[in-house]
Design a protein around this ligand. Sequence first.
Ligand SMILES: *[C@@H]1O[C@H](CO)[C@@H](O)[C@H](O)[C@H]1NC(C)=O
Ligand SMILES: *[C@@H]1O[C@H](CO)[C@@H](O)[C@H](O)[C@H]1NC(C)=O
Ligand SMILES: *[C@@H]1O[C@H](CO)[C@@H](O)[C@H](O)[C@H]1NC(C)=O
Length: 117
Amino acid sequence: KKYLALAMLFCVLMSLSDCQCIFKLRTPGENQTHCQDGVDLTWHPKDTKWRNSECQNCTCDQCCYGYATPTRFPEDCVSVFDPKACQYVVHKKDNSSELCPIFAAHGCYVFAQIKDV
Ligand SMILES: *[C@@H]1O[C@H](CO)[C@@H](O)[C@H](O)[C@H]1NC(C)=O
Ligand SMILES: *[C@@H]1O[C@H](CO)[C@@H](O)[C@H](O)[C@H]1NC(C)=O
Ligand SMILES: *[C@@H]1O[C@H](CO)[C@@H](O)[C@H](O)[C@H]1NC(C)=O
């Protein structure tokens, strides 16, 4: 029993560390102090972080998906993406105010809904 629990916890940790980042390419017009977001075409000073409209957390070097995608949750639940909060919410199919536990997720950031297995 204990070994199974440990193995499952390990799997959750493994899938969480599987971070999706994209190295940014320099765009024409970038200079020593500013770089451009490839999605929103906004300009940002070096050494700052920002979040673009695709929910990516960016620096001048790379963009990472700033949310985790739930991969395992109970069958009577659905996972819906909230583009404002930049996160998935997993709730019961027949009641959207009843949240479900998430057993595993794929992506960089853990969020509060993930429970221990
Ligand atoms: C670099 O580019 C940004 C955005 O186009 C501009 O605001 C800034 O003045 C430029 N800085 C230099 C040193 O050219
Ligand atoms: C991603 O960006 C959001 C909004 O700026 C911020 O709250 C969050 O802490 C960032 N996450 C990381 C890991 O930088
Ligand atoms: C949905 O779940 C909430 C929270 O558990 C509960 O208060 C509410 O009565 C439920 N609504 C329905 C239609 O079952």
